[in-house]
Design a protein. Sequence first.
Length: 265
Amino acid sequence: MRKLSSPLKVVTLSGLIMIGLSACTSSPTGRSQVILFSDSEMSQLGAQSFEQMKQNEKVSKDAKVNAYVTCVANAITKQVPKQASFAQWEVVVFDSDQVNAFALPGGKIGVYTGLLKVATNQDQLATVLGHEVAHVLANHGNERMSRSQITSTGMQVTDFALAGTEYKEMAMSALGLGVEYGISLPYGRTQETEADIMGIDLMAKAGFEPQQSIQLWKNMAKASGGNQPPELLSTHPSHNTRIQDLGNEIKDLPRYNASAPNCQA
């Protein structure tokens, strides 16, 4: 696979300090962030990662499942402002037992069929997709890579071809894919909670029922069989914490008037 045509920055310690001071911004919820990379650079990396996944993973050919997932995803992404770095969102369903989904910079959404056994209706699927799209809107992948660049001074982060390099795992993990990279645990939980908050707002605007987000995480807790690690050892909030936080957030949601889509599973 070819290298990125516009490689991301490699800078010295002093350069990182100067860039860090000038690259401070705020997330959509008002949290301070340091963002070193441009939207176009991240979109290019997301698109490259997605193409590799489509080559390596089994893509579902089930027309009904694809139509259902695309219907829910489209309802969510219609609530997102037009993005300067890509023209449209792409949705792919992967035929796998993984209970997972993701969204990448560049407007790429992946859903594993295993998720549909746990997210049992359109509202629960919208909870997951709203959460994943929120990661993109909040620049969480960019934030992770920027943090890695600052803490690993001088490391060349993305002037690479994804296949067969020492940077592959780091880049994929920064985008929420693959084996988790060594990001500090509280930092990861903050991003997850932020995506939960933004995600239920997106799903509510699209006409889905936010209360179903609580049932989704009850389903997740049941599916995990109590195997979730203690919250302090996980980058995700515990299921119980998540359920409690979502319940509090739902109480404060505005009353939107959008009609619920009719996406048939």
